[in-house]
Every structure is written in C-alpha cells, then in structure tokens.
Ligand binder design. Structure first.
Ligand SMILES: Cc1cc2nc3c(=O)[nH]c(=O)nc-3n(C[C@H](O)[C@H](O)[C@H](O)COP(=O)(O)OP(=O)(O)OC[C@H]3O[C@@H](n4cnc5c(N)ncnc54)[C@H](O)[C@@H]3O)c2cc1C
Length: 447
C-alpha cells in the first residue's frame, strides 16, 4: 500500500475532502487537534442543550454544495426562515434592514441617512472604511459599523483591507437576493414589493456538528482513518516535496499528499521556522443556561454599540426545538478576543458584566433566571484582513506553493474568510480536480 493523503484539520473542509477522496477509493488519514471533529462547526452540550459556536446555518446558491449538504444530512434536515436582528439605539431591528426599520430610528439618524442618497461615492475602495461608506452610507458607518468593527476586531476600519467587507460583511447577509441596505436604500425600498423570507438549512437533531459527525461516519465506513487529539510536530521536506509528517504522539506518517486546513501561519512555521505577519481573531463563547423560553424571537443578533459588551448572541431553540430539552433553555453569547490576552486567560472575569448586559438587552429580566454560564475558548475564529494582508499572504503562499504535493484548504488554511458552504465548495473542487492537478486552488479567489 502506498502513502496516504494526509489531511490536517477535520473541520467542514477537511471532512468534505476526505469524504470525497475515500469515495474515489483513496487512502486517507485525517488528523484533528481537538478531541471532536467539526472545527468551527463543532458544538458543546450542557444540561442536554446543544450550543453551536454562535449561529451556524447552511445557505448556498451553489446547487452542487446544496446537494452535498442534503446528501450528508439525509432525513436529519430542517428548512428555517431566517430571523436575524441588529441592536442599536437600545432597540432590536431586523437585519438585513427592512423598510419598517426607518420609522424606529431616532429622527436625526433617519434624516441623515436619507441624505446618503445624494453623497458622492468614492471609487477608491482600499480600506474597509472606504468599502462601508461606499456600500452602506456614511450614517450607518458612523452609527454602527465603525464601533462594531473596533469592538469586534480591535482595529479601526481604516486599518483593515476592503476585502474584509467583500468577503466578511456581505456574507453576513448570505442570501444574494437581499443586499444589506444603506438607510437611503431602505427608504427607496418602501416603494417596492416585499420579498420572500430568507431561508437556511440546519440539522433537525444534534446541532451543526451532526453534519460533521455524519461525514466522519461516511469516511470511516469507507476505510478512511480519523485521528483526533493530535497535531503535527514536524514536516520533513525533500527537494520540492513534503515526504513525512511527525504527529504529536511521536508517530511518523509518510505522505503522498499533504492537505492543510489548519492555520497557514502554523504550517509556514513548521516548514520554514519563520513567521508570517497574518493575524487571526479568536473568540470566547459563553453558553448561558436560563430557566425559561427565550424572551427574544431571533436566531441571532449583532450588537455593535458600546452599551452592550458582547458582539452577538444566538438562541439554540430558534434553530431547532431538538437543541433544547423540555426544561431549560440556552443563549450563546460571543465575544471576540486575541489568544493569550487577559480575557483569553481569564474568561470568567467577564461573567458579571455579561449578566448585566443580558438584562440590558432584555434577553433575561433578572439574574436569577440564569442557572449557569459555561465559557469556551475557540481559537482561530476569523482571519483578520489588515491593510497589508494580501502582500503577506502572497508571500507565504508563493513560498508554500513550491512544495508540489502540499495543498491549502479551508478558512484557516487558505486564510480565506469563508462560510461552511465555501469550505465545502473548495473541498469538492479540490477532489474533482484531483490532487495531482498543478492548478491548485488557493485563496487566489479573492485577489
Ligand atoms: C462564530 C462563527 C459563526 C459562524 N457562522 C456561520 C454560519 O452561520 N454559516 C456558515 O456557513 N458559516 C459560519 N461560520 C464559518 C464556518 O464556521 C467556517 O467557514 C467553517 O466551519 C470552516 O471550516 P474549515 O474546515 O475551513 O475550518 P475550521 O473549522 O477552522 O477547521 C480547521 C480544523 O483544523 C484543526 N486544527 C487546527 N490546528 C491544527 C493542527 N495543528 N493539527 C491538526 N488539526 C488542527 C482545528 O481544530 C479545526 O478542526 C461561522 C464561524 C464562526 C467563528
């Protein structure tokens, strides 16, 4: 038997590729650092309540990806009408904004927003700030996006590349039929016909991780090997090939191909002992158990203003009733952070403020309604697109691409701010082309 294809990282991308390759009859070894597969699409279960890592829904306009998601989930599938919100000026508003939103805003904001129609748009879109002002109008930029960005990423929008908006912000909407409207576009929409609700797919039972678990079962049934709780401690290069990987338990694995869906920065360090100036954001999620049905009806809500500490909350019940048992409910609260900082090391210090802000956001009425809070640290949740990121990424990829049997995949591997459907699409494409194809797919899609 020859050397296996070794795939590092059993997130949606690694699992999809492994699934496709074992179906083609390949010998596949999947290596995952966590004790559970799924990556960012894994979940946590407390008191029988299923908490995904924030909201995790499937939506795609690509029929091949849609068919793949449906094939993996089989009967375990729900189609859900999206109900997402945004919080500003002490109220919840529909997100993407709807016509009715305009009447719920303070008068001065409404007046300023309507003037955005007449503002001249800059064709220069180098920074995220340019992108937002041009796409969403200055009023929404000043009153929502600037604060949200600083709170979420810790950078001024002018320090981030416009790609953060192209691949990050636009994707927050996901459904292409709906653009996120500037306030002026919301005004115009008052005169157009209402659109059908946006929908997404979600597993009926087991949270989003049920998808990844089903993939794992398919892979193992077809003879693929999935190892969890292991990382790569060394990669041996010979000429322009990666010939052997050493795993953290000391075993050596010969390589036919090495597919990397873990952070590209780690791969670069392993191959060259050098670092890349590419940063990832991490998150702490606080899984809150409450003693009543949630007071709000949304699946998830963004909090951009400073009156509320967290970035976003999501409500497991509104994804699937099977996510919560008969008694007890949950709310997932997200806060972004950097690995190694004070909050990362001491997530419990934020708990009192989180409770206060759950009350301020009318998610609970009283702290006695909160039965427990379980924080979880999640590494590498978002690639950060600083203004220089393209140059640094090109430099890193340029060097790594010289290794002829190495392939970069997924959100962390390609440093591409994608969603699950994009990770699936990348993996399907890679499996279709075959790993011998010299036109390997990398993050070049965004350049
Ligand atoms: C809060 C949040 C909400 C989101 N909501 C949605 C949504 O609603 N819809 C949607 O489509 N997408 C959503 N996404 C994005 C989605 O989670 C990702 O696009 C997708 O899960 C990425 O899959 P991946 O396999 O490319 O990467 P990852 O899931 O990051 O997988 C990489 C894997 O590599 C592993 N790994 C890391 N280092 C090593 C190592 N050294 N050795 C071995 N293994 C390693 C990791 O543990 C991980 O399992 C969301 C993301 C976040 C953070």
């Amino acid at each position: 038997m020859g050397s296996p294809v070794v795939i590092i990282g059993a997130g949606v991308a690694g699992l999809t590729l492994a699934h496709q390759l074992v179906e083609q009859g390949a010998d596949v070894l999947l290596v995952e650092k966590e004790h559970q597969v799924g990556g960012l699409a894994r979940n946590f279960i407390y008191r029988n309540i299923v908490f995904d890592i924030g909201p995790h829904r499937f939506h795609t306009d690509d029929p091949e990806v849609d068919a793949y998601i449906r094939r993996v989930l089989g009967e375990n599938i729900l189609t859900i009408n999206r109900n997402s919100k945004v919080w500003f000026y002490g109220r919840y508003h529909a997100w993407p904004l709807r016509a009715g939103t305009i009447f719920r805003l303070p008068l001065r904001i409404m007046a300023r927003g309507s003037l955005d129609i007449f503002r001249i748009r800059s064709p220069q879109m180098h920074t995220f700030r340019d992108f937002v002002v041009s796409r969403y109008g200055r009023t929404l930029y000043e009153h929502f996006f600037r604060n949200y960005t600083i709170k979420f990423i810790g950078y001024e929008p002018s320090e981030l590349h416009a790609d953060w908006g192209r691949v990050g912000l636009d994707r927050a909407v996901i459904d292409k039929r709906y653009q996120v409207w500037s306030l002026s576009k919301v005004l115009i929409s008052l005169f157009s016909a209402p659109k059908a609700p946006m929908q997404f797919l979600y597993p009926k039972k087991g949270g989003v991780a049920a998808f990844c678990q089903a993939q794992r079962e398919h892979i193992e049934q077809r003879g693929g090997n999935v190892l969890t709780g292991l990382t790569v401690s060394n990669i041996r290069l010979e000429g322009n090939r990666a010939v052997e990987a050493t795993l953290s338990d000391g075993r050596s694995v010969p390589l036919s191909h090495l597919v990397w869906s873990a952070p590209i920065t780690e791969l670069y360090r392993l191959c060259y002992g050098d670092s890349l100036d590419l940063e990832y954001l991490s998150s702490v999620i606080y899984n809150v158990i409450i003693d009543h049905t949630p007071l709000q009806d949304f699946q998830w809500c963004y909090f951009g203003t400073d009156d509320i500490l967290f970035n976003r909350v999501s409500i497991p019940l509104h994804f699937s009733p099977y996510n919560v048992p008969e008694k007890g409910h949950g709310i997932c609260v997200e806060l972004s952070t950097k690995m190694g900082n004070f909050m990362w090391k001491n997530p419990q210090f934020k708990i009192d403020r989180i409770i206060q802000h759950l009350i301020a956001g009318r998610l609970v009425l009283d702290e006695r309604e909160i039965l427990d809070i379980f924080p979880e640290k999640i590494e590498y949740t978002y690639p950060i697109y600083k203004v220089n990121y393209r140059e640094e990424l090109k430099k890193g990829m340029g060097r790594l691409q010289q290794i002829s049997n190495l392939h970069l995949l997924g959100r962390c591997g390609a440093f591409w701010y994608n969603n699950m459907d994009h990770s699936i699409a990348m993996a399907l494409e890679m499996a279709k082309k075959g790993l011998e194809d010299p036109r390997r797919i990398e993050a070049t899609t965004i350049f």
